[in-house]
Design a protein around this ligand. Sequence first.
Ligand SMILES: Nc1nc2c(c(=O)[nH]1)N[C@H]1C(S)=C(S)[C@@H](COP(=O)(O)OP(=O)(O)OC[C@H]3O[C@@H](n4cnc5c(=O)[nH]c(N)nc54)[C@H](O)[C@@H]3O)O[C@H]1N2
Ligand SMILES: Nc1nc2c(c(=O)[nH]1)N[C@H]1C(S)=C(S)[C@@H](COP(=O)(O)OP(=O)(O)OC[C@H]3O[C@@H](n4cnc5c(=O)[nH]c(N)nc54)[C@H](O)[C@@H]3O)O[C@H]1N2
Ligand code: SF4
Ligand SMILES: [Mo]
Length: 647
Amino acid sequence: MTETVHRTTCNRDCPDACSILATVRDGVVVKLEGDPEHPITRGFLCFRTSRFPERQAGPERVRQPLIRRGERLEPASWNEALDLVAEKLRQVRAESGPAAIFHYRSGGSLGILKHLTDLFFDLFGPCTGKVGDICSGAGEAAQLEDLGISDSNDLFDLRHSRHIVLWGKNPTASSVHLVPLLKEVRAAGARIVAIDPVRNKAASLADVTLQPAPGRDFELAMAVARCLFDAGRIAAEASTLCDHLDDYRRLVESRSAAQWAELAAVPLALVQELADCYANGPTATLVGWGMQRRQRGGTIVRALDALAAVSGNLVRSGGGVSFYFARRKAFRPFGPPVKHPRSIREPLLGADLLAAKDPPVRVLWVTAGNPVAMLPDAATVARAIEATEFVVVADCFLTDTSRRAHVVLPVPTLLEDSDLLGSYGHHWIGESRPVVPMPEGVKHEVDIFQELAARLRVEDFPKGHLDQLKRHALADIAGQGGSLEMLRKYPAVRSPVADPLLFRHGRVPTATGRVQLLTAAPPEPVVDVPAAAPGASAPLWLFSNSTERSQASQWAGKELGARSWCVVHPGAVPGMQDGQRVRIYSSHGSLEVDLRFDPAQRTDVAIMPKGGGFDRGHSANVLIPARPTDLGLGAAYLDCLVRIVPA
Ligand SMILES: Nc1nc2c(c(=O)[nH]1)N[C@H]1C(S)=C(S)[C@@H](COP(=O)(O)OP(=O)(O)OC[C@H]3O[C@@H](n4cnc5c(=O)[nH]c(N)nc54)[C@H](O)[C@@H]3O)O[C@H]1N2
Ligand SMILES: Nc1nc2c(c(=O)[nH]1)N[C@H]1C(S)=C(S)[C@@H](COP(=O)(O)OP(=O)(O)OC[C@H]3O[C@@H](n4cnc5c(=O)[nH]c(N)nc54)[C@H](O)[C@@H]3O)O[C@H]1N2
Ligand code: SF4
Ligand SMILES: [Mo]
């Protein structure tokens, strides 16, 4: 028996980018642990990755290419699969032009080398691409507008904060490695405020919790700002740091603090307490991703940027508005940004795909995503994909999307992958390397595209092996401690180009060097009210939040729900019982779920898990209409009303 320990970096779509220590016995991964020497990972992993070996060995794993023959996907050789795919790409480009080919890449692996898949389609076409970002589009666009960048101070700058506001952020599910740091700074005297319409475990980290009405954070931020103006507690620097201060003030003063607070459904005393936090900084605002997935999501983030700026917290240590960490900044791109001949809007993918004409989309290639389960209006997405002439999906598993493919190309899992990782929750970078070899019938994405490039004579596609490509990506930082050798030698390497304090000189990188304050209220969101039915509840706001046990549509653990569930306050569903089977419906679709009671929730919300298979009848996205956010073409997943009836 031989037992060895190997280090790799987790490539999942998660802010933590953990350093993993894998124990391998006789070629089998028997244990995964967090690296105790990595300052963020701190020796532990999340539920879903510590159980990943089960999933890797499970029945859904794809271990060789599959080709559709009639109703069935049947095993094929790589030569057969790649010949077929190459022939189809060549034929469709010749007949209909490259715009008839659409490459859709999501975040199933955050490896930097995965961007080479985009490069291939740019060089072969340019082909149709996606525009917008259903994950963080609205918030990033908001910060680019206000601050010129969307990045964060060093994570450990939180040690200088007097208050930390978790504004719509639930680290206990979505970024568990933030939790030890929050506990540490709280033990050292910092106060934590959690603002979330949903009562979740993050509340246990907080000294003060606010449960505003869903989507009313703009009003809440205005209420706080109004308290600051009324009490003369606006920072002296605001007039030099910010543009449009007078117009912003007019907006804030268009209602009294009490009126704004009432719209947000937060008691005025709590608003005042929050205003005290901002006035007695340094106060760091950690902005979650949930609330920007609303039609007013971009404006909500802009309101938080403004609040931090005028209260004097934006440009100081211990302050800041952290929405995102620029995870790709350290890496040299493989090609210039390309203008696509046509774009499909990610939040409206199903409808856009169906409507695409001149030419229609004939080939869809999906990399690292499960759009059938994860995009809004999932039924339309499924229908659009089913109607597409030729669908190729590269994935490690059979999913709602790969089951609809004509060709499935199996790729390495996070334990077999080889790549480079940045993080969107801190500034450390890492390398992933296989802790076990991939099965014989599986190919790395770089190899897949190099072989296709050879077949299709895409001469400019990089030909080097993985290490050479990694060195290219690290070329800008190799001389500053970020070489491949350094990544292999040390348990953790901080990106040498990440500034620990973004706006230390009191200026932001906008055109004027000043913060762009918002000056107008967002319009009311458009929502469809589901029709009443006998015995049905009142309309409830649907939340589909991250759960500890799943990574988007990828579930971990044994009891991966033959059944899905929905959590409500008992008063939200008069006459119904805890544990009862119910039907949850919107104006768009319906699902059967188990009802769970939680008296700590508001009476106007219904909370489902974020993932959940489409074919299993669990995906909340069947209920959710496809609507874009106000900025950045995000998806307004959360502007969705449902009703509940006994099943
Ligand atoms: N376990 C697990 N971790 C994950 C993921 C996963 O699927 N599972 N997904 C990863 C991905 S892709 C991402 S993008 C990230 C982020 O994933 P998210 O789940 O978006 O992350 P959070 O921001 O922590 O959580 C969103 C919070 O916003 C709250 N919220 C919703 N609407 C409002 C509102 O109007 N106002 C306020 N104040 N709060 C609101 C929700 O109740 C929820 O608690 O997490 C990553 N981490
Ligand atoms: N209702 C609702 N829907 C949501 C959200 C929500 O909060 N509520 N959140 C949204 C957010 S933030 C996001 S980011 C999206 C996530 O949506 P997706 O990115 O579609 O997420 P996953 O279901 O994790 O699908 C990723 C797929 O990539 C595969 N994969 C893993 N590694 C590799 C690799 O190296 N190469 C390839 N080719 N494939 C790989 C995995 O096996 C998996 O099937 O979901 C969005 N959808
Ligand atoms: S999914 Fe996130 S928390 Fe879990 S191991 Fe990967 S990086 Fe760490
Ligand atoms: Mo995401």
